[in-house]
Design a protein around this ligand. Structure first.
Ligand code: HEC
Ligand code: HEC
Length: 220
């Protein structure tokens, strides 16, 4: 008898868990006028000295040292700031970045964002040069799968769009496909309104791989 009650309690707890995590917002960052002003006022000189801690992975000037690490040079400051807050708040999780982001103040994050954003974007073309599926998705989307063209949001040459839609051109292909797969699986869920999760779920793994090569090869 006691065992059955216990089992029921455990079962209800298990059923409640997904609801609780679903109710959590995808990000704590809200783009109020005040928040935008705060990020815009970031100090790039201070950011540059803070970035010494980051350079082993993201490169001295934000051009990453290895394909698994995202480049940050030329990225939109608001996007960088939001990612650092999301790691710090637990809305985006990564064994390296979650811990590191917690050590930064909001001012540090704004300063780092200003510095990386002011650096010239990366460009290292990938060896893979054919991506017919990606070209269609970027320019036309896919109406059957209700997929808008990527460029509507990410810009015609992948240069990103205000306030916080990231630049993709020049980014490492490996990183792009890894993060798209994370959106697809739901292990990355910090996109406000689920915009990227919804899109990534409709993409095949082959399309995801091509999209990585496509964007790495675009010059801004
Ligand atoms: C030991 C390696 C390492 C160090 C040091 C490091 N990072 Fe990262 N960083 C990563 C990895 C790996 C990722 C991708 C994680 C993921 O998939 O979520 C990442 C992701 C990021 C992102 C998200 C980029 C995007 O395009 O979404 C930002 C912003 C960032 N790091 C900033 C920083 C800053 C600022 C510092 C220094 C304070 C720093 N990182 C130090 C490895 C590192
Ligand atoms: C409706 C607008 C919209 C469309 C369409 C869209 N995206 Fe996004 N994308 C976003 C937003 C917003 C983010 C930032 C999510 C966040 O805050 O973490 C994002 C993030 C990303 C990232 C993560 C970048 C990084 O540095 O980690 C990748 C990769 C990406 N999108 C690829 C694509 C591709 C490929 C397509 C087309 C198949 C596409 N997106 C279509 C809005 C869009």
């Amino acid at each position: 008898m006691g065992g059955l009650i216990m089992k029921n309690i455990l079962l209800s707890a298990a059923l409640l868990l997904p609801c609780a995590s679903f109710a959590q917002p995808s990000s704590q960052v809200a783009w109020t006028a005040e928040q935008i002003k705060f990020v815009d006022a970031g100090n790039p000189q201070k950011g540059q000295s803070l970035a010494i801690t980051c350079s082993a992975c993201h490169g001295e000037k934000g051009i990453s040292a290895a394909p698994a690490y995202p480049s940050l040079a030329g990225q939109l400051p608001a996007y960088i700031y939001k990612q650092l807050q999301d790691y710090s708040d637990g809305n985006r999780q990564n064994p390296i970045m979650s811990g590191l982001a917690k050590t930064l103040s909001k001012q540090d994050a704004a300063d780092l964002a200003a510095w990386y954003g002011s650096q010239p974007a990366a460009f290292q073309s990938s060896s893979q040069m054919a991506y017919p599926l990606a070209e269609v998705l970027v320019k036309n989307g896919n109406s059957e799968r209700v997929l808008p063209p990527c460029e509507v949001c990410h810009g015609g040459n992948g240069k990103g769009q205000k306030i916080d839609i990231p630049a993709l051109s020049g980014q490492n292909a490996d990183y792009i496909s890894t993060t798209l797969k994370a959106f697809k699986a739901g292990s990355r869920g910090n996109d406000i309104y689920s915009r990227m999760r919804t899109i990534a779920q409709a993409l095949s793994d082959e399309e995801i791989m091509e999209l990585g090569y496509y964007y790495q090869n675009i010059k801004r």
